[in-house]
Design a protein around this ligand. Structure first.
Ligand code: ADP
Length: 456
């Protein structure tokens, strides 16, 4: 303000002095008066010019260049510049914060869609783009309801009751690869809404598997239980001869054994599900395992009471002294399941060949080859599913539970091994477990034998 007053007075004084000298002291009062007026006018024009420069500077919006540096206009320009700088800083800060929030939403494992008050998409993250097939360029500001046309979702969206979510198929859903999404709309602010989507395909599949499993177990137990209670009733109510009683008791024992086998297999599966992975410290001698398998096989083959004419031919190849690291009970259970299947599904005049061979790169293959009925190719991928059976009646008649190969697969996976099934209808089957070299230890004497045994 002082500068303004000072410049005004100075301008008048200079011009008054000029007026005084220009009139050559003939009429000093008039000269000074005219000079004062001219000085005032000059100051107004000068001040106006400075004001215009500040205005133009503001219009240009380039705050880096200073329009006027002194006086009232200088201060106006300076304060304006500082104010704009402060505002810009604040905008930048909130922009950074917004970007941080959006990055957090982007990192969310859920699909996130922000919808404005008129139902148009304002923003969505990559997961939502995968779930609904959105494209940023094409779909931003489009109406969400126009892009997602699933009838279940459409009914949910129009009804507007968002207390819970809704399950709908995802964009990539197909008959072979189902994709199920859980979608929940959360209203907020002034009519806006936040839509969260979550891929629940695996959850739904697990739930379906759990339901099937419970239904299968109930079914498997109900059948022998019904038969058992029928026999009990018969024994209680009918006068039976000694021979008949023995026959019924024998049948009852078979049903009880069937339930026992089922419970035992279920317990094995649950143990496999819940126990830690087998380590690499315990070594299992395959010589011992093969000897035990042979004894069990012989006993089972005799017990099955297969129709004549012949007994099954069981061949257990003499094995090199190999050790496999892992859980002894699991390894024995898996191998024993394969041998028992071969015996149960091979007719009495057939043969079963059990081998342990050293393969390339130090891998070891345990294989059970039978001359049984073989398995059609469409069944092979499903054999390891729980309760999946090709020959239902043969499985039941021979005490099968439908869980044997599921146990084998589990054990094989837990030991980092591979299960191979080679079979064709009418040409027998070969089930093999291939152990990786990390789990194999070959005793020095055995190391000389591999070629002989591989080609055997
Ligand atoms: P199960 O207790 O019924 O034998 P598994 O899981 O061990 O159950 O086997 C599943 C199905 O695979 C069996 O029901 C049977 O139909 C078929 N299968 C398994 N091993 C053989 C085999 N060696 N020869 C023919 N079919 C087999």
């Amino acid at each position: 303000m002082f500068f303004r007053l000072f410049s005004f007075v100075l301008s008048q004084m200079v011009w008054a002095l000029a007026g005084y000298f220009l009139t050559f002291r003939d009429s000093p009062t008039t000269g000074i008066l005219l000079g004062c007026i001219a000085g005032g006018l000059f100051w107004v024009v000068w001040d106006f010019t400075r004001g215009i420069r500040v205005l133009e500077w503001l219009r240009r919006g380039d705050t880096s260049l200073v329009a006027v540096s002194s006086g009232l206009w200088g201060e106006v320009a300076d304060r304006t510049r500082r104010l704009i700088k402060l505002k810009n800083q604040k905008i930048q800060e909130s922009d950074t914060r917004l970007q941080l929030f959006l990055s957090a939403l982007q990192a969310s494992p859920n699909g996130v869609v922000l919808i404005d008050a008129s139902g148009r998409i304002e923003w969505f993250n990559q997961m939502a783009s995968a779930h609904f097939g959105f494209e940023a360029k094409r779909d931003l500001l489009q109406h969400f309801g126009n892009l997602v046309r699933d009838p279940t979702f459409a009914a949910y969206y129009t009804e507007g009751n968002f207390n819970s979510g809704v399950i709908m198929p995802g964009r990539a859903n197909s008959a072979i690869h189902p994709v199920r999404l859980s979608v929940h709309v959360h209203p907020y602010g002034d009519g806006r809404s936040l839509l969260l989507s979550n891929d629940v395909t695996a959850l739904e599949q697990a739930e379906a598997m759990r339901r099937d499993f419970v239904a299968n177990v109930s079914h498997e137990i109900r059948t022998p239980l019904t038969v058992l209670s029928g026999f009990v009733e018969t024994l209680q109510t009918l006068p039976l001869s000694e021979a008949e009683r023995f026959k019924y008791l024998d049948l009852m024992a078979q049903q009880a054994l069937r339930m026992q086998n089922l419970v035992s297999d279920l317990l094995t599966l649950s143990r496999l599900d819940g126990s830690p992975l087998p380590g690499n410290t315990e070594w299992v001698s395959m010589r011992v395992v093969m000897r035990q398998l042979e004894q069990e096989a012989q006993a089972l083959s005799n017990m099955l009471d297969l129709p004549m004419p012949d007994n099954q031919q069981l061949i257990f190849e003499v094995t090199p002294d190999i050790e496999i690291s892992g859980s002894p009970s699991e390894i024995l259970s898996a191998m024993s399941n394969l041998v028992s299947n071969a015996i149960r599904y091979t007719p009495s005049d057939g043969s079963i060949h059990v081998r342990l061979r050293i393969r390339d790169e130090g891998r070891v293959e345990f294989s059970v080859q039978d001359s049984g009925p073989g398995i059609a190719p469409e069944h092979i991928p499903r054999l390891t599913e729980r309760f999946y059976r090709v020959d239902r009646s043969r499985s039941r008649d021979t005490g099968g539970t439908g869980l044997g190969l599921a146990i084998v697969k589990h054990v094989v996976q837990r030991h980092g091994a591979e299960l191979k099934i080679d079979s064709a209808t009418g040409h027998g089957s070969t089930f093999s477990i291939i152990f990786s070299p990390e789990r194999v230890r070959i005793k020095p004497a055995a190391a000389v034998l591999p070629d002989m045994t591989v080609n055997a």
